[in-house]
Design a protein around this ligand. Structure first.
Ligand code: ADP
Length: 643
């Protein structure tokens, strides 16, 4: 039993063993082998995808998209070295062979474009298309290519690059389709990758294009800003130049031809970087445009050569003068519209000419030249037209000033002649008058015999006339001395003494006219620095006038006040006074008051002499008067400095 049991056990174990090995060899081992192979395939595919994804990048330029496609083809070929990779691109109804991967000993000569319905079908479906035997279908035209690459089976993988780029297609070819199952995920992955990369790249291209476009726009704006900026700077410089010109015109020295016109032409030259700037003014008498003094860049010797008759219409300056239209040329030496003579003389190429008008009257033109060609701009021409207006004002001022100074010079000359004449005549008259006066006095005294009444009367009138004439001549001589180089003998003078002596001399005259004089000079006045003779004459003049004009019964008062730096002496009367409009003129030479001219004898020189004397002392003289109430003549003299 035991043996039976043992026998049955042995048999049973042997059966199980056999069954185990049967299972192992028939099922488990092949499954394990398939599992390993599948694991390897999976690992290969994973490493392929990882590697390619790591290296993948989105090209920034369309040309580089080809490089990345080639990279994928190479990787594919490496993964399936026995296969051939052919890359096609669709164009004009055909498929162009753009790349292939297979190692040839000698490179074959291949057609570049192919037509095969399978390509179109695969591309239309957008899916992998598998041909285990390419010859099974209609592949007319592909025989030669496929035989060169030994392609009998083919997997077609289409993909569409983005942005309207031509469709592409990879042909994975092999003599037999054994690797097709394995290759399919690779191809799908590659097609997907290439399409995605293309999409990203396309976005990058568009962004880049937009960026470039924006960059260009920004550059253009920056450029415009630059231009606007430099224009602003130019405008600011022009404003500054204009300001300088206006300051020259209105400021001191603006009426000087050298400082005025010349300075403006200098500013213009600097402002527009010109080599020659000249003003051509119209000379009415000659009928010519003549260059004026103060021009810039033209030597005086050559300036004289520069004049153009206004009949010469070939001259651009004449045309600008006649039409009042500004003119500009880039090359005056070769411009038929310009008289090239002057352009050549001063080696000018660029030239601007603007009219100079004053109150709608054209008076000339301004010519601005540069030795450089095409140098001036229309903006500068506009700027010049503004400057020309300012220039016109200064030219008018210069002309007026020249005329005025000419007249002033002539007047001064005439005045000098008159003074010399008066001095000579007065001097010549004085000697015979002294003789006449001497003889008349002797005859009147009766020393040379008795006179009848008529003779006495006639001689008395003659004596008075001689006195008047002597007075006039001595006044004239005084005036001419004061106008000339009279030497004053300055010394410390006590005005109280001086006034006292003057008053006492005048007392007799005053009594004759029934006029009272009072001396009210304050005591202790500081001494003044003066010439006694001349200041005594001033006090005499004022006292004589007061006695003369105040009239009978009037009273005259002399006062003196210490004003610190000066002493003021006043001679006051309660006579008829002086009308307001005459008060300004009483110190003028030969001026005589309207009411006094015919009634009171006089020369009109007393106050003029007094004014001149006081001013020569560094003092002042003035009148205060209320008509009907009297007059008050005052003078102030500086106090003598104590050392
Ligand atoms: P003359 O006395 O010889 O006319 P003056 O130069 O001394 O010349 O005076 C000028 C004029 O001033 C006088 O003609 C007179 O009209 C006026 N005048 C001067 N002094 C007085 C005065 N005290 N009162 C009124 N008028 C005066």
């Amino acid at each position: 039993m035991v043996n039976e049991l043992l026998g049955a056990g042995v048999l049973g174990a042997a059966g199980a063993f056999a069954a185990y090995w049967h299972l192992k060899f028939r099922h488990v081992l092949p499954m394990e082998s398939r599992l390993r192979s599948s694991q390897k395939s999976f690992a290969d595919f994973t490493s392929f995808t990882r590697e390619t994804m790591e290296r993948a990048y989105a090209p920034e330029q369309p040309e580089h998209y080809g490089d990345i496609t080639n990279y994928y083809l190479i990787k594919l070929h490496k993964a399936f070295p026995d296969s051939s990779m052919l890359l096609f691109e669709k164009g004009e109804g055909q498929w162009k062979l753009v790349n292939y991967l297979k190692h040839f000993k000698v490179e074959p000569k291949l057609l570049t474009a192919y037509k095969w319905s399978a390509f179109d079908r695969s591309s239309a479906e957008g899916e992998l298309l598998r041909f285990d035997d390419v010859r099974a279908g209609d592949y007319h035209g592909m025989e030669e290519l496929f035989s060169v690459f030994d392609v009998k089976s083919a997997l077609m993988c289409p993909f569409k690059p983005a942005g309207g780029a031509p469709e592409r297609l990879i042909v994975f070819g092999a003599p037999v389709p054994s690797s097709f199952d394995a290759a399919q995920p690779y191809l799908r992955f590659v097609a997907l990758q290439l399409s995605s990369i293309s999409k990203v790249s396309d976005k990058i291209f568009t962004l880049k294009k937009e960026t470039d476009h924006l960059k260009n726009e920004v550059n253009a704006v920056v450029k415009e800003l630059d231009v606007a900026g430099s224009r602003l700077i130019q405008r600011a410089r022009e404003r500054k130049a204009l300001y300088e010109v206006v300051t020259k015109v209105t400021g001191p020295g603006g009426n000087d031809s050298q400082n005025g016109c010349g300075a403006i032409l200098n500013i213009v030259a600097k402002m527009v970087e010109a080599d020659v700037v000249a003003c051509l003014l119209f000379d009415d008498a000659k009928g010519e445009l003549v260059v004026s003094p103060g021009s810039y860049g033209i030597p005086d010797s050559e300036r004289m050569l520069y004049s153009i008759p206004v009949s010469n219409h070939a001259s651009a300056s004449v045309r600008t003068f006649l039409s009042r239209k500004p003119f500009i040329t880039a090359d005056a030496q070769n411009d038929p519209d310009v008289l090239t003579r002057y352009a050549k003389l001063w080696e000018i190429h660029s030239l601007m000419i603007v009219p100079i008008s004053l109150h709608d009257r054209i008076i000339g033109v301004m010519r601005v030249g540069s030795r450089r060609q095409d140098f001036f701009t229309p903006d500068q021409l506009e700027f010049l037209t503004i400057i020309a207006d300012e220039l016109a004002i200064i030219i008018e001022m210069v002309t007026l000033y020249e005329n005025l100074s000419k007249t002033a010079q002539e007047l001064a000359q005439l005045n000098k002649i008159k003074d010399e004449f008066l001095a000579t005549v007065s001097h010549e008259l004085k000697t015979p008058l002294t003789t006449i006066k001497g003889f008349v006095s002797v005859i009147l005294s009766g020393e040379v015999g008795p006179l009848n009444e008529q003779q006495l009367n006639f001689l008395t009138v003659t004596d008075q006339s001689v006195n008047r004439l002597t007075h006039l001549i001595s006044n004239l001589l005084d005036l001419s001395r004061l106008n000339g180089k009279v030497e004053l003998e300055f010394q410390k003078v006590d005005l109280a003494d001086l006034v006292k002596s003057s008053v006492s001399t005048m007392l007799l005259k005053a009594r004759e006219k029934n006029v009272s004089i009072t001396n009210e000079l304050a005591k202790g006045l500081p001494p003044v620095h003066a010439d006694t003779r001349w200041i005594g004459q001033v006090v005499d003049n004022l006292l004589i006038n007061a006695i003369k004009y105040a009239g009978a019964g009037a009273s005259v008062k002399v006062t003196g006040t210490d004003k610190g730096e000066a002493v003021v002496v006043c001679v006051e009367d309660n006579g008829p006074g002086i009308p307001l409009e005459e008060q300004k003129m009483v110190f003028d030479k030969f001026y005589r008051g309207k009411s006094s001219a015919n009634q009171v004898p006089g020369t009109g020189l007393g106050l003029a002499i007094s004014k001149s004397v006081v001013e020569k002392h560094g003092g002042k003289i003035w009148v205060e008067s209320k008509p009907g109430k009297g007059s008050r003549f005052c003078f102030a003299l500086p106090v003598a400095k104590t050392k």
